[in-house]
Design a protein around this ligand. Structure first.
Ligand code: GLV
Ligand code: MG
Length: 313
């Protein structure tokens, strides 16, 4: 399966400098675990965190769990060594590198070339290591379409609300939550939609960023539901308690899943047996566009482990 097709409903970030958190992460039920070398690691702890992360990659990660490392940004002094050490010692278990603060396509091209060199030298499958690019400043958002097509390794674009708020000068200290005094609706609608359109036009996933208030599960659910409704594939989580609500928000409900499967069956019958392009199902007209919507929803339901309920028609 292409990396861009693997479920990323929840992407759990784990500080690379904490041996305890790294050990615990192996058991977490997030779709993806991201071992972090960037902003959750203090500058003085970068080198040691790199060693801990390399050691953690050799742990007993469950089969099927996406495993990624967030390296430092392409213009930082740590980035090249992060990529080389992590990719060279990944033992074929690492799935992706998360590249933060991508402000132009050149950052992705640099990483793509470096990964290609390492794959050859370390005898890794060519193209095995995917790239996930964080879009988190004004320059990155302005160049997001060029970024999305900068490498065939790209699997996802990720919105980074904290750095984005800082870059724009938004007056809020609450990461992932709406700025309190903003009266215009959703302050993140524009970047979220722009990233989503760029991602989809390049065949990539779109992932929402973190919600930092760990105790505010209601706020987290609302932010997740909104991103899922827009079309996002998943969201970053920063604490184990955030995994279950975010997995739920990015999985279709049983009712919607059953309806999607029914639409697919009814439309197939209509087009192939009755030779009609539009039919009624449960009081609603369905046509080819309904089929496309149902396909996406049904695929997400199956990926989340749903099966058709016996009560469904
Ligand atoms: C994540 O990296 C963010 O900046 O929100
Ligand atoms: Mg950031």
């Amino acid at each position: 399966m292409r990396s861009a097709d693997r479920p990323r409903r929840t992407c759990l970030t784990v500080p690379g400098s904490s041996e305890r958190f790294l050990a615990k992460a192996v058991q977490m039920a997030a779709d993806e675990v991201i071992l972090d070398l960037e902003d959750s690691v203090a500058p003085g702890a970068k080198e040691q965190a790199r060693e801990l992360v390399v050691a953690a990659l050799a742990g007993r990660w469950p089969e099927g769990r996406l495993l990624a490392v967030r390296v430092n940004g392409a213009v930082s002094p740590w980035a090249y060594r992060d990529v080389i050490d992590v990719a060279e010692h990944s033992g074929g278990r690492l799935d992706a590198i998360v590249l933060p603060k991508v402000s132009g396509p050149g950052h992705v091209v640099w990483l793509d070339l470096l990964l290609g060199q390492i794959e050859q030298a370390a005898d890794l499958e060519p193209g095995r290591l995917a790239i996930e690019a964080q879009i988190e400043d004004a320059a990155g958002l302005a160049a997001v379409e060029q970024i999305a097509t900068a490498s065939p390794r790209l699997a996802a674009l990720i919105f980074g609300p904290a750095d984005f708020m800082a870059s724009l000068g938004m007056r809020s200290l609450r990461i992932g939550a709406q700025p309190e005094d903003y009266a215009g609706g959703d302050a993140f609608h524009y970047p979220l939609m722009k990233i989503l359109v760029a991602a989809r036009s390049a065949g990539l996933q779109a992932i929402d960023g973190p919600y930092a208030a760990i105790g505010d599960i209601g706020g987290l659910r609302a932010a997740s539901a909104s991103a899922a409704a827009l079309g996002y594939d998943g969201k970053w989580v920063v604490h184990p308690d955030q995994i279950a609500p975010v997995n739920a928000a990015f999985s279709p409900s049983q009712e919607d899943y059953d309806r999607a499967e029914s639409i697919l069956d009814a439309y197939e019958h209509a087009t192939e047996v009755q030779r009609r392009g539009a039919v009624m199902l449960g009081g609603e007209m369905i046509d080819e566009a309904s089929r496309k919507l149902a396909l996406t929803l049904a695929a997400r339901g199956r990926a989340a482990g749903l099966t058709r309920s016996s009560a469904a028609p």
